[in-house]
Design a protein around this ligand. Sequence first.
Ligand SMILES: Cc1cc2nc3c(=O)[nH]c(=O)nc-3n(C[C@H](O)[C@H](O)[C@H](O)COP(=O)(O)O)c2cc1C
Length: 222
Amino acid sequence: MPEVPRFVPLAFERLDEREQLARSRTFLAEMRRRRSVRAFSTEPVPYELVANAVAAAGTAPSGAHQQPWTFVVVANPKLKRQIREAAEDEERHSYESRMPDEWLEALRPLGTDWRKAHIEDAPYVVVVFEQAYGRRADGSKIKHYYVKESVGIAVGLLLASLHDAGLATLAHTPSPMGFLREILERPENERAYVLIPVGYPADGCTVPDLGRKPLDEILVRR
Ligand SMILES: Cc1cc2nc3c(=O)[nH]c(=O)nc-3n(C[C@H](O)[C@H](O)[C@H](O)COP(=O)(O)O)c2cc1C
């Protein structure tokens, strides 16, 4: 027998228009302050801030509501050291011989290199895994739909939530990232998606002087 879908009333709060505009402007101003941070202080961060942000990420829409994500919150210094060493190994290879000139050229304004001290300095590193497929209780595979799109949306919520809580982040994608599944002992259906150091910026932290595309370049009104 196919399962009959169940419905519940939507918990929707209708705001008056002034309130809508005020909220939307406040959110935009806050998001405009978000920057990728690559120099972290070792100052501790309350764990609940990170757990709440992961919970917020877990509210993301996902293909067929399969929620194909796992967030591993790493605070253990030995694990962070292992992750840093493995990431730097891969990044050194990439910067020295794997990245084509065009890629290196695109990265030049960011001033990045293979050194990744942020992985050890930040009090938390959130490693996001996508679940390429699921498993039923009997061990058979469950096909997952729109995995990358779903995880990308969840990561967007995670970054916005961490920023809103007054924390700094970086979306870091050392390539390839297979070592993360091994170090963090994740199952074979999980693939590392992004690694996110979370904490406070180091004293005197600077960021690349980047502009953003203006609204009329990214918004098409028809
Ligand atoms: C999918 C993705 C992968 C990224 N990978 C890296 C990375 O491996 N290393 C890094 O330093 N920054 C990485 N970044 C950060 C971008 O360089 C950064 O978002 C961009 O330069 C804009 O700067 P902002 O975040 O301060 O606005 C990544 C960002 C995204 C969205």
